[in-house]
Design a protein around this ligand. Structure first.
Ligand code: HEM
Length: 227
């Protein structure tokens, strides 16, 4: 049974999460607005004249990615999982589709347009896209085969990867508040930027892996419901 204290703590975390997510969502939709405008290339480096595939991939990427981050935490709410299992499964399917599209669109954009931080950022973000895409595929497979441990493990991985872009911005915000931006440059070539290319997803994946190895025995058996 979840104690009242842990429920209150979880609800508070959710409120803080959504408050910090708001500026990110506003920024994302602002970028889509720019992408749809006639002078997109002049208003953002993300878009270029005559590059309709890259521009469309970026807009789709931002749209599905933003919805993905906003919806992902809802899967953790125990009450929904237990009382409204159909909703949990439907939302799970939507999240998997959003993760696949976000990852694919990002991985389409990178070879076409590169990234503002150059080759290291491009490699890191491509790897992030691959991890997100693979986790979504594996989670769907585990749900279909009713593999409870696999569903739990890949669900955890996908959850942290889905939060990756929010964590990336959170790391930067905290770092700038604490240090004023030591080791970070406007072209993303500073030591902090280089580490940050990987630090928003790899350490979290490692921590999740350790957690999975320590707790996997509790999650054996078959899933009551699949996708
Ligand atoms: C998980 C949810 C994600 C969200 C919400 C998201 C959101 C965004 C947003 C809002 C931008 C525009 C940034 C700006 O205005 O400067 C962006 C850029 C970008 N994203 Fe994502 N993203 C997500 C995941 C990913 C993944 C998985 C990849 C890797 C395939 C990726 C690759 C990129 C790239 C390459 C850019 C352009 C980077 C640049 O040159 O500035 N993103 N994303």
């Amino acid at each position: 049974m979840q104690t009242l204290r842990s429920r209150v703590a979880f609800s508070l975390l959710l409120v803080v999460f959504y408050l910090t997510l708001m500026p990110f969502v506003v920024h994302g939709f602002g970028m889509i607005g720019i992408g749809l405008s006639d002078d997109a290339a002049r208003n953002s480096y993300l878009f270029a004249d005559g590059q309709s595939v890259g521009n469309a991939a970026m807009m789709l990427h931002i749209l599905t990615g933003t919805i993905l981050v906003a919806l992902a935490p809802l899967q953790l709410i125990r009450g929904i999982r237990q009382r409204y299992n159909r909703l949990h499964r439907a939302l799970g399917g939507v999240l998997i589709a959003l993760a696949l599209i976000t990852g694919l669109a990002g991985m389409t954009y990178i070879p076409l347009r590169g990234t503002i931080g150059g080759p290291v950022m491009s490699v890191a973000f491509f790897l992030y896209g691959l991890c997100l895409f693979t986790s979504a595929l594996m989670l769907a497979r585990m749900a279909r085969t009713r593999n409870r441990e696999g569903h739990w493990a890949w669900g955890l991985r996908l959850f942290w990867l889905a939060l990756g872009s929010w964590l990336y911005r959170l790391h930067y915000t905290l770092w700038y508040l604490l240090t004023g931006g030591v080791g970070s440059k406007s072209d993303f070539s500073g030591p902090f930027d280089l580490v940050q290319n990987f630090a928003f997803f790899l350490p979290y994946l490692l921590a999740v892996q350790i957690w999975i190895m320590r707790n996997r025995s509790v999650h054996q058996g078959a899933l009551v419901t699949g996708l």
